[in-house]
Write a protein that binds this ligand. Structure first.
Ligand code: IFM
Length: 785
């Protein structure tokens, strides 16, 4: 069954019933104060860093996994009956329910017993707080007296300590209540940061001690305070601190009232006073919507596929922004307790939306380049508050190399994409520290990255694997230094092509020629040692034995080296054959399995590493790894196969799976990281929605390789690879300070190839539209053929 639909007017995803297969969430905030909110008001918040500045608590491994949340209870004062207008936590059978997730906000509307309630959650632009705006209306014929009780559960700022050091946190978390101003604060002597819950309405009672609110053997579903019908005015001098206000409402028929609740780090009286005026809230909400509209307007498409349009125009860039803000730190799957921002992850996150947020991308790249060591490799992750890096996963096994073979290469790809999109070539000369404090220009950083891969070679002279390449759990290097990655060899080919292209554009032909020669040599090594006959091998282990070959019992074929053969431009004919065989062996209705056959034996096999810790068909052991799948769209685009590019694009498209929501379980409006593969008993169940590299690459695949509009050093390339039955599409896109209104026509029903390009009525040579940089709108008419 389906649980919702897209509102075509607003782009919102409208959820029609609260009991979705898993909590379907949305992200609030723009990278500073933020959080997740589910379709029933569940979720948690954080301030700049989910690990060290967690604001509200998340109950790990809860069922459902969005607990607790930002809750309000309404109570009929006469009957004593109470309910949650967001359904959770009381789960009353509401007369009406609808949740609208939109960019940066969520609204949940419900009706119960003649009372209509609308709750809107959002973080006002540039402000360090979240608002819960509750509008209540009496739709009945009698006057109603109601009670309203809010509930937020604070976390100790160090979220890991909050879970592990109860002996300590249980003594030091305390509350302060200012009844007159309607402010509750959670503070502790041990951590400077305090947290606030505030209300715009007159306070008739409050609670700050969770035990008192819930009752020793009560629950959030039936809390003691609601059972008694009155707050206890509890003061938390230790234990678990909550924020709860009690309010009285008397509503004549047709009368409505608004209460604005705020949760924030630190007490900020100006902010509290500002949102005491309910009408100011509407302005803040409109400003937020306008900012998102601006962001989304930087690239809009009109294709024959309505679901694709919604994804490209709204939800995919919304998701990309969340990944750029929060990398892989905090979601329903990433617990926000350990991982910092991933170097490879965040580098890839910059690729998609650099046209929309170039400054933020530059800042991200600067932060990431600081993780690079003078020898060229980079820390695997960074903690955003301190800027410190570490080797991430690799630290779990110190006997293995403590570096990854792809982090620094993804950083180069992100940087070149930034340069192509913005034309900000001064960035190349910006001085950025290396990890040891010495400094170098961005150009120097790029060169060191190239040098590192060039100088670290294993079996057959292919690049060393290090702890892992993109596949975190493929760890064949036990110290001999022989383990090598074919995928990294292919990535390196792409990097060399990009950087040589940059130097050619800058007129530095000698260095460009040197890099092109390195690339040719790499291609020769790949051709000679990594072609398995029908496809490319994946890697070589510590003893130089092949991984990803027909000669093996398991993992005979891996997806990544078939797609990256095309992305690296290694050999188009072989890449075509490799993709064809990957299609036959790995493709399913929900996308490509990462490899086949998966490992089915007992125990962990060292020559493959963590892959063998997963059951067959799960994640890196033959699951459908959506992030890896997206490269098939890029590969098909580069190889000019429009039918396949579109087929692969649709296989992953979240909205295309709306009707199998019970199987997939995840939100149908955002991409997820993985789907259980054909070898798994529960083939088709999807996991890890929201924070995944799938988002960025799906957008790149759709806009730059399927629709084929991508930045180059010289201008905007228009090179579509679309299904033959499409008669064209339109795209409006910002590029270097000008607007391009591109109309692509496909009169002959071809899949690729451009016959002519007109810019502002003039035919141009080739299909690279100049970078006008003039703030004007330019009309581009492209005829395929
Ligand atoms: O590439 C990684 C990513 O960095 C984190 N999630 C898993 C991917 C594949 O192993």
């Amino acid at each position: 069954m389906t649980y919702g639909h897209v509102d075509q007017e607003t782009g919102e995803y409208v959820i029609e019933r609260p009991d979705t297969p898993t909590p379907w969430i949305n992200y609030l905030g723009e990278g500073v104060y933020g959080g997740i909110v589910s379709n029933t008001g569940g979720g948690y918040s954080f301030y700049k860093d989910p690990k060290n500045q967690r604001v509200t608590r998340y109950r790990y491994n809860a069922v459902p996994d969005d607990q607790p949340g930002r809750y309000v209870y309404l109570q009929d004062r006469e009957s004593g009956e109470y309910w949650s207008p967001t359904w959770q936590p009381v789960k009353t059978d509401l007369d009406d329910y609808e949740c609208r997730h939109g960019p940066g906000y969520t609204t949940i509307e419900s009706k119960y017993d003649g009372i209509a309630a609308e709750m809107t959650y959002f973080v006002p632009l540039g402000e360090d707080c979240e608002l819960w705006v509750l509008d209540i209306e009496n739709e009945g014929r009698e006057t109603r007296t109601l009670g309203a009780f809010s509930y937020v559960e604070f976390s100790f700022p160090d979220a890991l300590g909050d879970q592990t050091n109860l002996d300590w946190t249980g003594q030091i978390m305390r509350s302060r209540v200012d009844e007159t101003e309607g402010v509750i604060e959670m503070y502790s002597s041990a951590q400077e940061l305090s947290y606030t819950h505030a209300t715009s309405a007159e306070v008739v009672g409050f609670d700050t001690q969770r035990r008192e609110f819930v009752g020793q053997y009560g629950s959030l579903e039936e809390p003691a305070v609601l059972e008694a019908g009155a707050a206890r005015n509890s003061q938390a001098t230790h234990d678990n601190v909550i924020g709860s206000f009690e309010h009285d409402l008397e509503l004549e028929p047709g009368e409505s009232e608004r209460i604005v609740f705020m949760t924030a780090p630190e007490r900020n009286d100006d902010l509290i006073a500002k949102y005491d005026d309910p009408s100011v809230v509407d302005e803040a909400f409109e400003a937020l919507q306008a900012e998102w509209e601006d962001y989304l307007s930087t690239l809009q498409v009109q294709t024959p596929d309505e679901q694709m349009n919604t994804m490209v125009n709204v939800w995919n860039p919304v998701q990309c922004r969340s990944t750029l803000y929060w990398s892989r730190t905090a979601s329903r799957y990433q617990a926000g307790l350990g991982r910092g921002m991933g170097t490879r992850d965040s580098s890839q996150d910059t690729l998609s939306i650099v046209h929309a947020v170039p400054d933020q991308v530059r800042e991200t790249l600067e932060m990431l380049w600081k993780l690079q060591f003078p020898d060229g490799h980079a820390w695997h992750q960074v903690y955003p508050l301190s800027g410190e890096g570490d080797a991430g996963l690799a630290t779990e096994d110190p006997s293995k190399p403590q570096w990854f073979s792809d982090d620094h290469l993804f950083l180069v790809l992100g940087t070149v994409q930034y340069l192509k999109e913005t034309g900000d070539y001064d960035f190349l000369e910006a001085d950025i520290p290396f990890e040891d404090g010495s400094t170098g220009s961005v150009r120097e950083h790029i060169e060191r990255a190239i040098e590192f891969t060039d100088e670290h070679r294993g079996t057959h002279g292919l690049p060393r694997m290090g702890y892992a390449d993109w596949n975190d759990s493929l760890n064949p290097d036990d110290g001999s230094g022989e383990a090598a990655s074919v995928m990294v060899a292919m990535m390196y080919c792409r990097v060399l092509d990009e950087v040589a292209g940059l130097y050619e554009f800058l007129g530095e032909d000698d260095r460009a020629a040197e890099l092109r020669a390195k690339r040719e040599a790499e291609i020769e090594r790949i051709d000679e040692h990594a072609w398995d006959g029908d496809w490319y091998t994946r890697a070589y282990d510590d003893e130089g034995r092949v991984i990803g070959s027909a000669s093996e019992d398991y993992q005979q074929i891996s997806l990544n080296t078939q797609t990256w053969a095309a992305l690296g431009g290694v050999d188009d004919d072989r890449a075509r054959e490799a993709m064809e065989n990957a299609h036959d062996r790995l493709n399913t209705e929900y996308g490509f399995a990462l490899l086949d056959p998966p490992w089915e034996g007992e125990g962990k096999i060292d020559r493959i590493g963590g892959t063998t810790t997963y059951p067959p068909g799960a994640k890196e052991n033959g699951g459908i790894f959506c992030h890896a799948h997206t490269w098939s769209v890029v590969a098909a685009g580069l190889l000019g196969d429009g039918e396949r590019a579109y087929q692969y694009y649709r296989q992953l498209l979240p909205l295309a799976h709306d009707d199998v929501a019970d199987l997939r379980r995840v939100e149908p409006y955002v991409y997820c990281q993985n789907v259980l593969g054909p070898a798994h008993e529960e083939f088709g169940v999807a996991k890890n929605s929201w924070l995944t590299g799938t988002a960025s690459w799906a957008y790149v695949g759709a806009t730059q390789y399927l629709l084929g509009v991508r930045p180059t050093f010289d201008g905007l390339l228009v090179d579509p690879t679309i299904p033959a039955e499409w008669d064209g599409f339109e795209m409006e896109r910002e590029f270097r300070g000008a607007t391009y209104e591109i109309a692509v026509e496909n009169p002959d029903g071809v899949e690729s190839g451009v016959a002519s390009v007109e810019v502002d009525g003039e035919v141009i040579e080739g299909n690279v539209v100049p970078a006008f940089e003039d703030g004007e709108t330019h009309e581009v008419r492209v005829v395929m053929g």
